[in-house]
Unconditional design. Structure first.
Length: 93
């Protein structure tokens, strides 16, 4: 699902709100998550999951195309752990 698809889905459920208002809400939601992660804070969305920024040390990696060893510098990445409700929903048969 893309952001525009999310906005269209919200428009169906909340027809009394304009698409512009819904887009602003979705943009603000993602902006707040990005800001928290940039500041090194974890973001917990109960029932959905948790986003945690993790600092990765410098390490040797391999270029998948050439097989050549390359040095990856120290960087920050984001780890996502699905919440219990989301895991159960995805694993329903």
């Amino acid at each position: 699902m893309t952001k525009s698809e999310l906005i269209r889905t919200l428009k169906i459920k909340y027809a009394h709100l304009s698409e512009k208002v819904l887009k602003t809400c979705v943009d603000l939601f993602f902006d707040e998550i990005q800001t928290a992660l940039k500041q090194g804070r974890r973001v917990e969305l109960r029932g959905f999951g948790t986003l945690v920024p993790r600092d990765r040390d410098e390490r040797v990696a391999r270029n998948p195309k050439t097989g050549e060893k390359v040095m990856l510098g120290k960087h920050r990445t984001t780890y996502f752990r699905a919440g219990k409700e989301l895991r159960e929903l995805v694993n329903q048969e």
